[in-house]
Design a protein around this ligand. Sequence first.
Ligand SMILES: O=c1nc[nH]c2c1ncn2[C@H]1C[C@H](O)[C@@H](COP(=O)(O)OP(=O)(O)OP(=O)(O)O)O1
Ligand SMILES: [Mg+2]
Length: 220
Amino acid sequence: MTTPKTTLVLATRNKGKTREIMEILKGYPVIIKNLDDFGPIPEVEEDGETFDDNAYKKASITARMLGFPALADDSGLVVNALNGAPGVYSARYGGEDLDDAGRCDLILKELEGKEDRSAAFECVISLAVPTGAALTYEGRVEGVITETKAGDNGFGYDPVFYYEPFGKTFAQSTSEEKNQVSHRGKALSEMAAEFDKVLIWIGQQLRNTPGQGGQCLSGE
Ligand SMILES: O=c1nc[nH]c2c1ncn2[C@H]1C[C@H](O)[C@@H](COP(=O)(O)OP(=O)(O)OP(=O)(O)O)O1
Ligand SMILES: [Mg+2]
């Protein structure tokens, strides 16, 4: 007997993330929908103090709003010499007027003359069902902030994130290479490794009546 495919909504408005998540989940027995498939829906305010808070908020509110399991990614760049900034503020660092390139320039400027250029990308993936129950997966990758931007692939801070084992920035890497080692790739491959279990859990949760939510399983 074949199991019917599970529908998952990607609760993100970031095209770069969407592309990477779709690539990583290719071949898994899920039907992936995007927020654009549902017409205008309100944006979720990302006011949490951690990646975990924001990922859960985006996933659970979206799942509740749309009535489907939803997968959200909250991620960012953590720079040691900047005491962990931009961190959860990565997407709005420097204010609303900056684009990805402007935010990269800002990081380069803030690191001018600093010896310690070590940094990491961190990612939390939350997979929530409409009751609010959720699974969580995390990933992290360490790198070094470059002196100048390099490369056109990827998105966000990829042009300034030098990954030593590759000898190049993430923006100079193919998405296949990046997905093998990235924070997002690691978090999603942790989920993929137990995908059979995840699909069974989703099925059980969807049979629960609303109001029985709140149960939280860790991704082990
Ligand atoms: O692999 C990455 N390569 C480069 N930059 C990255 C990466 N992963 C996260 N980042 C940066 C982009 C953004 O400045 C922030 C995420 O912010 P975050 O709120 O999670 O995403 P977002 O607002 O772009 O889209 P959404 O919230 O709809 O998923 O960290
Ligand atoms: Mg965001």
